[in-house]
Structures are given as C-alpha cells and as structure tokens.
Design a protein around this ligand. Sequence first.
Ligand code: F6R
Length: 613
Amino acid sequence: MCGIVGYVGQRPVIDVLLGGLKRLEYRGYDSAGVAFFQDDLIEIRKSEGKLANVEKLMNGSRNSYPDARCGIGHTRWATHGKPTTQNAHPHRTGHVVLVHNGIIENYQEIKRDLISRGHKPQSETDSELFGFLVLEEMENGLGLFEAVRKSFSLLEGQCSVVVMSEREPGTVVGVRNGSPLVAGLDPNGGAILASDAQPILEYTNEVFFLENGDIALCSQGGIQFFDLKTGKKLNREKTKLDWSVDKIDKQGFDHYMLKEIYEQPAALVDTLNGILDRIKTDPFPLAAQPGVKLLDQAKEIIFVACGTSWHAALVGKYWIERLARIPVNVELASEFRYRDPVLNPGALVVGLSQSGETADTLAVIREVKAKGIPTLGITNVRGSTLSREANSVFYTSAGPEIGVAATKTFSTQMLVLLLWAGYLGLKKSNLEELFHDIVKLPHQIEDALSESNGMVAAIKDAARGLQKAKGFFFIGRGFSFPIALEGALKLKEIAYVHAEGYAAGELKHGPIAMIDQDMVVVVLAPQDSWRDKTVSNLQEVKARGAKILAVGGGLDQNLKELSDFWIPLAPSTEALLPFVMTTVVQLLSYELAVLKGTDIDKPRNLAKSVTVE
Ligand code: F6R
C-alpha cells in the first residue's frame, strides 16, 4: 500500500524522508521516490523496486543534500499502470510536485478533459493528473493551498495527496479523504505528515490524526488545519501516543490479532508482489516458478488442510471450479489420510498450511508423494517442512503472524487461490478485468477497515448488543458459506462462545430446531448471485425469533430493515467480497472477545502450529 511522508523544518529533509519511508516499508510497495527543495527548485529521485535504489540515487548517502529542508516522499503500490520508475511518485507537472495514496475513480474523465485542454500526461497513473489540475488553478492566480483545495473537489474516490510547488518553497499541503494521514509538529520547528504515526514518533509522540475532508498547511512555522470544502480553519486535537515497548511492538494496537487484521492490506500487497509478474504486460502472468508447471498439468485439484486453512481452500474451490472449470475437492487432512482415497491420474494434491508444520497436512503430502502423485504446498513460512517436502511451493507473504488465530494468513491464502483460479481460467475465458480488480483489493480492504467508513463502528455496536447471546449461527451461500464457517471458528476460538457455521440452505434440515430469541444468526448476504436465496433463509429464522445480525451491501435497505444489527459493506466486485466479509467476521469475534476479556492472542488450549495429529 502506498506510503507518504512530507516534511518541512530544520532537519536535513532527505534523512527525514528516507527514514520515514523505511518505517512505512511494512505496508508493501513496488517503487519509491522523494522530491526536495534545493534552493528554490525541486529535485526528484525515484526508482522502481526498493527504497535502497532511491538511496543509491542520492550518491549513496542520505547526507548528500544537507541543506535541503523541505520535501515529500512516497512508496508506491501500483494500481493504475505498471510498477515502473516513470509511474513512481513524486510526479511533477511544471512547478507542481505531488505524491498520492488511494484511487481517483473518475481519472479517465479527468484525463480526457486534460488532454482536450492540451495537456500531455507522462505516466500511466491516475495520480499525476491531479498535478495538472493544481497547475491550472495556480496559473489562474490561486496560491498552492487554494489551488489544491479547489482541484481536490473534482476528484471522486478515496485518496490522500501531499503537494509542493516551486512557486511557494517551504510549503507542504496535505489532504486526507480516505487513505490515512497523520501529522506532527517537529519540536525543532516545522511539521511532518505521514501515512501512519510511525515516521512521526521519531520526533514527537504528540500527533494529529487528520479526518476525512481535512486539508493541512505545513511550513517552518508549524501546521494549520482547514475544512477542505469550506476552507474554514479547524481545531484538531493532539493525541499523545505514550506507547509502552509492548505497544510499540504491536504498533499501537491492543492485541497482535487486531494489528494483524489491520495488516491485511499490506499482506495482500506483499503476496501479490511475490506471485504476480506485474512488470509484464496485462493480464499479469504468475511469476515464473516451478509450481506453475504443476498447476498447468492438473486435471483435478485436491486440497488438504485443517481449520482456517481448510476454509480458505473451500473458497478456492468455488473460484477455481467457476473460473477455470477444473474439478476441485477440499479435504480435511486428518480424515483424508486414513480414508484410503481414490487418486486419479492427473490429480494434483495441494497442502495448504500457514505454518507449513501441521502434522496431518504433512502426513498426507508425504503419503501421496510416495504414490507418485504430484504435490504442491501453499505456506507462509519459508523453509517450513511443507515447503521442503512438497514437490513445489507457493508462498503467501503475510509476514509473521503472532496471534494464534489465523487472520492475515487466511486472506493471503484466499488471494493465492483467486490468482490460481484467474490464471487457470484465463486460458479459457477473458479474465483481464479480474486481475485489474485484484490489484485494487488492498486499497479496498484498507478503506473498509478505516474508522471513517462506518463498518468498524457498526461491528463494535453489534458486539456490544450481542455480548450476552448464548449462541451464534453464521450462515451464507456460495463464497459466503466458507466465510460463515470461518466466522464461527474465530468466535469459538478467541471468545469461547458457541458458534456454528452453516450453509444457509441447510438450516432447515435440523439446526433450525435450535432457533429461539437467545440465538443470534449472523447472515452473510452481500450483493452477489446468492443474496436473494440467503435472505429467504433469514426470513425462516427471523420468524422463529432469532436475533439477526445481517452483513450486506451498504445500499441494501431491504436487508437492513430485516435485521436487528446491520453491518454495511462497501461496494465490491463479487470475486472480492470474501475478503471484505472476512474482515467483518474477524473483527466481530475480536470485539466480542474483548468484551468477554479472554486471552485473545493466546486462546486457551490452542497452539500456533499443530505438530501432533
Ligand atoms: C484458526 C487456526 C487454525 C489453523 C489450523 C491449521 O485460527 O489458526 O485452525 O488454521 O491449525 O494450521 P496451518 O494453516 O498452520 O496448517
């Protein structure tokens, strides 16, 4: 996910920018750059790949421009255009230089208008276009601050920008509208802006969290906040972050599990970077790796897994069968290994395990491999037993997961399977669009998780209202069924509350007898092809007195009216809905566990890797 740092003050700016970007590296990126004032002119250094490439462009030293005191920096996760140096930020348009995080949804319209007025954008990005709008306003006589404010009103979508102009050296203007932006005052004079508090904590532990619709004006004198729409001055309160060492480790979150839920956008970025070859032309091929060959040869895929990984495989089955028309079976490793299953020639057995050490999954891989059946592993741990013993391996790149409950590893497992489905399906149909949607997924999850979106607040309300419930059913159809299973598992394991996941159509075949006013039914009914059928099942349990917590499309008024608690989802393409719903069931379990006071990161009786059968 893109990361932003902006600074003006008394310190050498290159050091502040590169140090700050380093702290944002965890967000995942594929190119980086900085822009800084050298006297009254702005210099830009940017490169594809890692931040170290930018450092090399600074004559290998952060101290090579010791007098520069004002600048902006960026790490880019490419959504519009490939991850090349030309598309990297900062972008220059005449005397205007900017960095941007998020998506400008109406960029095609803006681009058309700009071209018709004689402008020539140099990159493939949506971001660069904003510079032209600011430039035009400045040419019409506005100052930088007003030009940014006016131009921003033309943008649709969720994004943040930070802008400078050679006409106003020593001024940095930042806008937040969606993607997070945090500010701090440098005790030595000046101000710093960044995508999260980490780069700022180095200088001060008092920070301002910009709200959506805030515009900040930074100079040597400090920082002022204004309302983007009206231009009126705002008073933004400082927040003191007196984090303990433990909390710094958890980056301010109360638990690792919560931190890891919020790390999902970055985990998705890193996994995409590891598996897709995005430098090649669209649609992006899977990066060359031996496992791809095994996939190509598979006539049938058998997933073996346990727990949450098994749920990810179930989602994968829906995708692979639907998009690639290859038969898929999903097996519990502990059952499969003792069942003497039939293995057809052409079968590929895939062990799915975040730890790569789960005893039952490994046993299956060993046994089928000994029978000459090709095996693949999908794991988050490099060097794990699964990665060494399967014929080949795909890695998720979720980073270390400390909380025992699997969260970000689950999302990244689903992502690998969606990429497989897309890759295998591409040979048969036109799935370019899917790949374009997938690269926007991390942004979409970041937006869904942002406090301003409304989803998180609704989940907290629901948890407060339901904390005394005696039991939960999670129901869904299609992709939502495995997510229902995952929701129930999460609630059991971290909140110790009895919960069951069910295919919505199955309830009336027995479990509906359990339904009364003490039972909560969590209905996963997003706007997809199964929505109406799931809503019919909702009616059946509602008629029997169940409390309904419905999760659905934000505009689904009908579903909202049927529910006692309502969690709206942001719009999403059907293929990406499981990822958004996953964040809902994870956070719901987390909030209920907080209210119950359980040991969230180390639930009783559980271990992170289950190395016994
Ligand atoms: C649940 C959870 C477990 C694991 C299961 C398999 O949050 O973490 O259900 O998913 O023990 O573990 P791996 O994926 O390491 O094989």
